[in-house]
Design a binder for this molecule. Structure first.
Ligand code: ATP
Ligand code: MG
Length: 403
């Protein structure tokens, strides 16, 4: 079965970004970076532009990037000539382009915001849309990017992922599933779209039974495939993790807490789909009073510190960070074995909350994975252990210097 030592045999060539260009992206008017495929340490003061570089790379994969940003926030704002506020620089949209290597082949990926206008209520509204090019050819869906580059990220916002409501955990879960199953993003976004439409109709008192039923049928079918995909990937990760050493990054157990996922343990998919359809139909009447409808858009992702049998939410801050790192490492290794190419890791302030031993252990693990990892920090001294293995960049005055 899968074991960590097989990874070097599976990966013939490392994959990653070898040239990155940003144009009018956040604080950068223009930036060019030529990283090697190895750990890349990006240091600089608060607000210097470290996270923005990671965010730019995350836009070379499908979705809204590692900050889930609004399109309008990404374009570079420049200080107004008059007044104290910031104004948009006119005529420009932002762009990110990169040469990447995947299994010895080189590709150029590019993404940019394109201005569009549409008429609504007799008025013209402008909006921005993210367009994608692969090797100079415009492609119709962002999902295409997933075939070339895979990115796995950890952000400071995720430090609190085990606390609070399930929504961020569910997104994290679906992002994990997505890295193995490129169709998953389409499933979840279609489901969301159908759900919103269904909710809107009920809320507006539209009593079109055929329309509602058609939405419910589609939701039940897609919902069951979402639940099945989540179950498959989580089972795979659990099996993989069991064989991993239980070291400073603890072994953990992953669980799905959702009615539809749990029903699939004991019932054939077709029966679960019937159940789901019926439950959506039944909830038409109470949806407006009670938002707690069961279903795949309510599923929670539970994580346990295995040796202590402790739910993640009751673990200490540093333990929670270690659990998060354990998940990411398992995901990375499983994905390498699955796809035969290395993902790019985007680790924003990943060493925060880790003690010195854990920090060094993490950096060594990243080095041994032999992949490209962009790691940000305000403290260059924290990376001494990688001084011969990493490339060091410093961000200052909206540009990046190799140190
Ligand atoms: N659209 C934009 N236009 C211009 N500047 C922006 C835009 N969006 C964000 N910024 C600025 O970019 C700067 C760098 O942000 P970034 O989050 O990359 O900093 P950082 O180096 O990661 O800082 P920290 O160490 O605090 O995390 C910030 O000062 C932020 O206000
Ligand atoms: Mg930052």
């Amino acid at each position: 079965m899968m074991a960590a030592y097989q990874i070097s045999e599976v990966v013939k060539e490392k994959s990653g970004v070898v040239r990155l260009t940003l144009t009018d992206f956040r604080n950068y008017a223009s930036l060019r970076l030529e990283p090697e495929i190895c750990p890349i340490i990006i240091t600089g003061e608060n607000g210097s532009g470290k996270t923005n570089i990671l965010e730019a790379i995350s836009f070379l994969t499908p979705g809204r990037g590692l900050r889930s940003a609004k399109m309008a926030d990404i374009k570079r704002l420049t200080p107004a000539v008059v007044g104290t506020g910031y104004v948009e620089s006119k005529n420009f949209s932002w762009a990110v382009s990169a040469d990447i290597i995947k299994n010895s082949e080189e590709y150029t990926l590019a993404t940019a915001a394109q201005k569009n206008a549409k008429e609504n209520d007799d008025e013209w509204h402008t909006f921005e849309r993210r367009i994608v090019q692969i090797d100079g050819q415009k492609v119709s869906t962002q999902a295409e990017l997933g075939k070339y580059l895979s990115a796995i990220w950890v952000t400071p916002q995720m430090d609190r992922i085990f606390l609070g409501g399930p929504q961020p955990r569910r997104s994290f879960l679906d992002r994990i599933v997505y890295t193995f199953d490129l169709e998953h993003a389409k499933r979840t976004s279609t489901f969301e779209h159908l759900y919103k439409e269904w909710y809107r109709l009920i809320k507006n008192g539209v009593k079109d039974n055929a329309w509602l039923l058609s939405l419910e049928e589609q939701m039940a079918a897609i919902g069951v495939s979402i639940a099945a995909a989540r179950r498959e990937i989580i089972a795979r990760l659990n099996t993989f993790i069991e064989k991993e050493p239980d070291d400073v990054f603890p072994n953990l157990k992953l669980e799905l807490d959702g009615k539809i996922e749990q029903m699939l343990d004991t019932h054939p998919a077709i029966d679960v789909e019937d159940y789901y359809l019926n439950s959506l139909y039944q909830s038409r009447k109470n949806i407006l009073q009670n938002d707690s409808i069961e279903g795949v858009n309510r599923t929670d992702f539970k994580v346990y510190f295995k040796k202590k049998n402790m739910p993640a939410e009751l673990c200490s801050t540093g333990e929670q960070k270690s659990l998060l790192v354990s998940i990411i490492l398992a995901q990375t290794k499983c994905q390498i074995l699955d796809k035969g190419f290395t993902p790019v890791l985007l680790l924003d302030e990943v060493t925060t909350h880790l003690d010195d031993i854990k920090r060094d252990a993490l950096l060594e693990k990243i080095r041994d994975l032999n992949l490209q990892a962009f790691i940000t920090s305000t403290d260059r001294n924290a990376f001494k252990i990688l001084k011969n293995d990493a490339e060091f960049f410093e961000v200052k005055n909206n540009s990046v210097i190799k140190r």
